[in-house]
Design a protein around this ligand. Sequence first.
Ligand code: PLP
Length: 368
Amino acid sequence: MPRPILATIHTATLRANLQALRRRAGDARVWAVVKANAYGHGIERVFDGLHAADGFALLDLAEAQRLRALGWRGPILLLEGVFEARDLELCSRLGLWHTVHCEAQIDMLAAHKTHEPHRVFLKMNSGMNRLGLRPAQFRAAWARLDALPQVDEISLMTHFSDADGARGIAAQFAVFNDGCGDLPGERCVCNSAALLRFGDDAKVASDWVRAGIALYGSAPDFPANGDWGLAPAMSLRTAIIGTQELQAGDSVGYSSTFVADKPMRIGVVACGYADGYPRHAPTGTPVLVGGVRSRVVGRVSMDMLTVDLSGLPQAGIGTEVTLWGRSTSRQALSIDEVAASAGTVGYELMCALAARVPVVVETDSIAS
Ligand SMILES: *Cc1c(COP(=O)(O)O)cnc(C)c1O
């Protein structure tokens, strides 16, 4: 028998999350962001749940090829654009739309031989200072692109640094709108947090939104946690493979970080940091044991972690343990809560699911 650990991808939940975001987006079209192998869920595994999106956005040309191999003929957007000139050949061949965030990418386009002009998304750096042209250079870049026979439609995009936090998007959105002025072209500015928190302003949501984390059921503004009607698209479950009875003063695990102050029983769980569980999750990080909330105790090791079985006399070898998502009894444990306890974000945990963890796609689950 293999180790009992298993990740389950919930197709019906992906579908419901996409629908919830679509309702929020009004008339805007929705890019399903599937970079990083669909945030660790697997592009092939989420495709069924997300194929009602208007397009897929990602970074990697190999991932774009995988989507085309699945039969997706609709729009695909490369969020970082091309990395070198010959990537444009693949864009032409696969019909990929691509971001243009710098002059060097315009130079590559100007030298590219293509029969079909490309749809591009010109990106402005409105204050995040990662990719994008400064507002002062934006119109000149637009005019250069517009003059190229290699370029068809030009859309305008930017990315917010603080859509999930106290600063919000207002200042950057104003910079973007000033910099674009009356340039024609569709606008695309929202990530999940901007859509959920500010998308009731139709100008913010138009004309395309780029939804990533929310599709997978993580709340981008955790712990503020607006009730967005999202549910976890991934459950990571395993089982207890051993138990120990501790006496007061006994410690558990490497470095003896947890010491029992009274007699207690602990469960040894088949999941460790080599499965993608965060090693930094301290004593107290929530888990579900047989669907009942308990906590990690002691240090997470490579292949195992230990949980508190106090008050869970029925739990023993073989009892299901849910690290995040839903138990088979449908109790929920937010990946955001686990992430916060470990000092990180749900994004990182999803993306870190290790290759050794088997994954199944559940096609007939009840959403939410
Ligand atoms: C990853 C990414 C998104 C999606 O962000 P979420 O917070 O996951 O919704 C949107 N836009 C760009 C440019 C991205 O890189």
